[in-house]
Write a protein that binds this ligand. Structure first.
Ligand code: CO8
Length: 373
């Protein structure tokens, strides 16, 4: 078994962003329009009037201030409430490939490697823009990588489960170096007309290069001390979009074909599971939570992260122990914990410890314990 390292990370951030105030303004315009168009049915008690949203609620409930998106205009158009992302011809890079290429090239550069040094590519994210050919195979080709490639999806935990898959491939010699790429276009499957969740998600793409310690020349490398994953079935975060939808016309276009969640229950149920998984993982490795310099946690909700850190450490954690990117990026699904890792790792000295942890739909939780080389 080989020792494995994360030798480089990369990030693609869209060039358009939406503040809470902008999002709420368009949402409330949509609400007024909906209520006006349906005033008779509302008055007759056949449907409920929609309620307006508010920036103050969003910040208080989640910590989110803004989000990056692929297309601002389509989302903010009260007559559309959905990004405008034109289809591309088959001989052009697909959008997820384009995002992945930018993040992947940065990860390779930080690791001092070329595409040809990589012989496994995993696209790990919540939604693939098509079923086949695999997005990962398109990216393998676009980055000039060899070996093999496949897609994997465990919702918000896709990147950490991807790191686990890549680390095992390198550890056992199935691959020499593996890229895990997470192009999250969350705006494509978010219902912007749902008050309880229209503000939650943003778009971004991350990349992580994993290779054997003995080939690594990167000054940015972290040894992977261990990976751990757990899943437990829950319907509290669900999306029923799928290839069988067309076989029952009555369901086409219904709300459940986009992201739906019971956010409060997710909050309550997932936090203790995450603290238990990270605590148990550190214990197995003979490490105390206090010895960890930084927890790069999944970026869904500020209150969740504060609670998880408190459960682990027995006290409130200082801000730099659990860095926050969701204020600027919102929830970018599997990319979130990796964005935090990418942006908040340069102050690490050799030997210092960190934990990357994601959690979300499934439920699924993934933990990666690392030590700076
Ligand atoms: N403006 C004003 N008021 C509002 C709004 C709004 N926009 N929305 C709700 N309210 C009101 C409600 O009506 C309610 O009022 P009342 O108390 O009078 O009934 C009150 O505010 C509280 O509402 P909630 O209980 O809904 O609010 P919470 O405090 O629970 O906050 C959150 C909602 C922020 C969603 C919170 O519950 C949360 O973050 N939970 C954790 C969610 C989480 O971590 N989910 C992970 C999902 S991501 C994942 O797994 C990946 C899926 C794949 C990606 C999909 C991409 C689209």
């Amino acid at each position: 078994m080989k020792d494995v390292v994360i030798s480089g990370t990369g990030l693609f951030t869209p060039d358009q962003s939406i503040s809470n105030d902008d999002l709420v303004e368009s949402f409330n315009a949509w609400v007024r329009k909906f209520n006006e168009e349906n005033k008779d049915a509302i008055a007759a008690g056949k449907i409920e009037a929609e309620q307006e949203s508010g920036s103050e609620f969003i910040v208080k409930a989640s910590g989110i201030q803004s989000r990056y998106v692929i297309d601002r205009e389509g989302i903010l158009d009260p007559n559309r409430m959905c990004p405008r992302i034109p289809e591309r011809p088959n001989d052009e890079d697909s959008l997820q490939c384009e995002m992945g290429k930018i993040a992947g090239l940065e990860a390779l550069e930080r690791a001092g490697k070329k595409g040809a040094d990589v012989d496994a590519v995993f696209v790990a994210c919540s939604n693939m823009q098509r079923p086949y050919p695999a997005m990962a195979i398109e990216l393998q080709n676009a980055l000039g990588c060899g070996g093999y490639a496949f897609d994997l999806n465990v919702a918000c935990s896709s990147a950490t489960f991807g790191i686990l898959t890549a680390a095992n491939a390198v550890r056992t010699g199935t691959a020499k170096a593996a890229l895990v790429i997470s192009p999250e276009i969350c705006s494509g499957h978010l219902n912007f007309t749902r008050r309880d969740s229209h503000f939650i998600f943003g778009d971004a793409c991350t990349a992580v290069l994993i290779e054997a310690a003995d080939t690594c020349t990167s000054p940015n490398a972290f040894e992977i001390l261990g990976t751990k994953a757990v899943t437990q079935y829950s319907n509290n975060i669900r999306n029923n979009f799928g290839f069988l939808n067309r076989c029952d016309e009555s369901g086409i276009g219904k709300e459940d074909k986009l992201f739906v969640q019971n956010g409060r229950q997710v909050f309550r149920e997932v936090c203790p599971m995450v603290a238990e998984l990270i605590g148990g993982h550190l214990e197995e490795l003979g490490l105390a939570p206090d010895a960890v310099k930084r927890f790069w946690l999944h970026q869904a909700n500020l209150g969740m992260n504060q609670l998880i850190a408190k459960k682990l450490l027995g006290k409130d954690a200082p801000e730099d122990k659990t860095p926050v990117i969701l204020d600027e990026y919102a929830n970018t699904s599997s990319a979130g914990s990796i964005i935090a890792f990418h942006k908040y790792q340069d102050d690490f000295a050799s030997g210092e410890l960190g934990v990357i942890c994601s959690f979300g739909a499934g439920y699924s939780i993934g933990s990666v314990v690392v030590r700076k080389k």
